[in-house]
Design a protein around this ligand. Structure first.
Ligand SMILES: Nc1ncnc2c1ncn2[C@@H]1O[C@H](COP(=O)(O)OP(=O)(O)OP(=O)(O)O)[C@@H](O)[C@H]1O
Length: 666
């Protein structure tokens, strides 16, 4: 890894009144992010060798062939056959040309020699025609096979990502592997098909050339092989350098991507402008790019040098071959006619050698990226939803659990230094409304996800009516839950579908109307140009965007329409105005009569009527009981409640109607 941007400074010129970049500041705060697991060196990868390139070849060939075979066995066989035939015809043409030479250079009158050469000449012309036809067949088969292989590989990537468990998306390494394996890996798979084809036909004509040369005189073959070796060595070394450069710049490229995102994406646009960060971001982007360019140029110079050494060695091999030929002619060990054939075979050999080594090394280089693709498929399969189910055959979770129990549950996020939940014991009965409260980062959201089986407990057990969720089919668990997130997904679909996607296939107009009214989404729909048929997406031309509170209402409507036995509402009204909030809580109260509800909120006035309030602190349950019980306890909850109440009383916050009313009755 190069000294990422340690010496480069910004060339950004501030324009107008925009402030200039502050020099020497790394905006992200760290010079480099940790190298992802998948980009760490493969074990034993310390030196560059042609042997490694050749050894890795069968695996790469097998991988490409396997994907091609799975895509279309017929086309794969056809591709193999036409390539082998094309190589054979070239070899055959070479041997026929040798016959033409032999006939032409015989010690006989010219007309006789020409007549004798005619059959061989006809074969040569025939081989050209067949070769041209085969080349057309090759491109026809390839152009049918390649898009299919790309589609199949893309589909595999999409399938593992779609089927991955929720927790996989919390793992930055996995997300980056998905990007690299999905993009570079699939692209390499496609290009390697072309190289594999070149390897097949080039390899066959190379073998034909070497055999022809060796038959003519065994001394010529080693010289030809020396040139082959030099070419292959140089290409392998250059491939390895390019791969090492890629690995060395992975983290900087990640950082560049992050800076690019914050510098250009809409999500950051408001603060980017309000904080006048544009020039600073541009400077940071240039700084990282400059450092990458410096390394890239250095790498290009080094590979050029290696190429030069390779060409020089290959030149020595070629020279040696011609020298041997000269010596053979000089000593009379070879006839002139045969020497002509040898020259032709050597020339064919050199040109197929060049294409074969190019193919071998491109396959070698591609094999690294295909490896990412393979790793992604393997890791994706390991992280498939339901894969962790203990005991092999999953049980079905109860659709409407009477009792949810947590026994000593702890949970740690992937790569996190400490657990987000520790030793949580909790029981929730059907129909109860449980409010989770606590300071930021105390584990409320995480507990909601563990309780509903969205995240697996790292230790301890979550049971629904005695069924351990670690042994249950995740789909059966998830179909019984509804989640109203604080920051709901902004589905790029019509407003109506944004609600009905909550339970696909539920064709219940009354339930839809009810969810829309209770959530306050009806007011949102009324403002849309095409009402419920308006597409809610910035990506579509006639799409419409919503405000944060409006999106939240759509999310609540979706959660209500889902009508699941267990409802988790995570700060469902954080972005709502007081009127809308009151309406939603009224709706929730009605909806919660028959279902288990977990409500995460910081607005303590809203949860005074909850059946139970569970207070979390640093991942532990520190108190639980009703509002009155907890107030009497004068502990954590009492402190939080009093703090919030005094903030309202002191006029720091605008008093909510509901809150003032509650206070006066206290
Ligand atoms: N994706 C994640 N990866 C690693 N750690 C996480 C992740 N999400 C949350 N955490 C950590 O887990 C702990 C609990 O987070 P959680 O979101 O459950 O808290 P919370 O009580 O809901 O907070 P808030 O009130 O701010 O919403 C925090 O220390 C947080 O830093």
């Amino acid at each position: 890894m190069g000294p990422a941007g340690s010496s480069t400074t910004s060339t950004a010129t501030p324009s107008g009144t925009a402030p200039s970049a502050v020099p020497g500041t790394t905006l992200i705060g760290v010079e480099n992010v940790a190298t992802p697991r998948w980009a760490r060196r493969r074990s034993g990868e310390t030196s560059v060798s042609l042997g490694k390139a050749l050894r890795s070849l069968p695996a790469a060939v097998a991988m490409v062939s396997r994907v091609a075979w799975r895509t279309s066995p017929r086309l794969t066989v056809l591709a193999g056959v036409v390539h082998v035939l094309s190589g054979c015809v070239t070899a055959f043409g070479l041997l026929a040309t040798a016959d033409v030479f032999s006939a032409l250079l015989r010690d006989e009158p010219t007309p006789d020699r020409l007549v004798q050469a005619l059959p061989a000449l006809a074969v040569v012309i025939g081989s050209f025609v067949v070769r041209a036809l085969l080349d057309t067949a090759v491109s026809a088969v390839e152009s049918s096979l390649r898009p299919r292989v790309t589609r199949a590989a893309n589909d595999e990537v999409t399938a593992v990502l779609v089927r991955a468990e929720l927790l996989a998306f919390e793992d930055a390494d996995f997300r980056e592997l998905a990007r690299q394996g999905g993009r570079r890996g699939v692209r390499s798979l496609e290009t390697s098909l072309r190289y594999l084809a070149a390897l097949l036909s080039g390899g066959i004509s190379l073998v034909a050339a070497v055999v022809t040369v060796a038959v003519l005189n065994p001394w010529l073959a080693p010289a030809l092989l020396l040139a082959a070796f030099a070419n292959a060595w140089a290409a392998a070394r250059a491939s390895k350098m390019r791969y090492e450069h890629f690995l060395g710049s992975v983290t900087r490229n990640t950082r560049k991507g992050v800076v690019e995102e914050v510098a250009t994406e809409r999500d950051f646009a408001l603060e980017r402008h309000a904080l006048t960060l544009q020039e600073q971001l541009l400077a940071e982007h240039r700084r990282i790019s400059d450092s990458l360019v410096v390394d890239e140029i250095r790498m290009a110079h080094r590979t050029n040098l290696v190429g030069l050494v390779g060409r020089a060695l290959a030149g020595v091999g070629t020279g040696a071959a011609y020298l041997v030929l000269g010596l053979l002619l000089h000593t009379g060990a070879m006839e002139l006619a045969l020497a002509g054939t040898a020259v032709l075979a050597m020339r064919t050999g050199f040109s197929s050698l060049a294409s074969t080594t190019r193919a071998v090394n491109s396959l070698y280089e591609d094999s690294f990226y295909i490896d990412f693709y393979k790793k992604l498929l393997v890791e994706g399969a390991e992280r498939a939803q339901g894969r962790r189910v203990r005991g092999g055959s999953p049980t079905t979770a109860p659709a409407d659990p009477e009792l949810i129990t947590l026994d000593g549950v702890s949970f740690t996020y992937p790569g996190a230094p400490k657990p987000a939940l520790r030793d949580v014991d909790l029981t929730v009965a059907r129909g109860e409304v449980i409010a989770l409260v606590g300071e930021n980062g105390s584990g409320k959201t995480t507990l909601g996800k563990v309780l509903t089986g969205l995240y697996p407990a790292s230790s301890g057990a979550v049971r629904w009516d005695g069924v351990d969720l670690a042994e249950a089919d995740p789909t059966s668990v998830h179909s019984s839950i509804a989640v109203i997130a604080q920051d709901p997904a902004q589905w790029p679909m019509t407003a109506r579908n944004n609600v009905t996607v909550g339970r696909l296939g539920r064709d219940d107009e009354r339930a839809y109307e009810e969810a829309v009214v209770k959530s306050g989404a009806d007011e949102v729909l009324a403002t849309l140009p095409a009402g419920p048929d308006t597409v809610l997406s910035r990506q579509f031309n006639d799409g419409q965007d919503l405000s944060g509170g409006q999106w939240q209402r759509m999310g609540i409507a979706r959660g209500m329409f889902r009508d699941a036995a267990v409802l988790v509402a995570d700060e469902p009204t954080a972005a709502l105005d007081a009127k809308a909030e009151a309406r939603v809580f009224e709706g929730l109260r009605e909806a919660t009569a028959s279902r288990t509800t977990i409500l995460v909120t910081h607005r303590l006035a809203n949860i005074r009527n909850a059946d139970r309030i569970v207070v979390l602190d640093q991942g532990r349950v520190v108190e639980q009981g009703t509002h009155e019980e907890l107030m009497a306890l004068r502990g954590h909850y009492h402190e939080l409640f009093e703090l919030q109440a005094s903030a309202y009383r002191g006029g720091l916050l605008a008093p909510a109607a509901e809150w003032t009313a509650e206070q006066t009755t206290e």
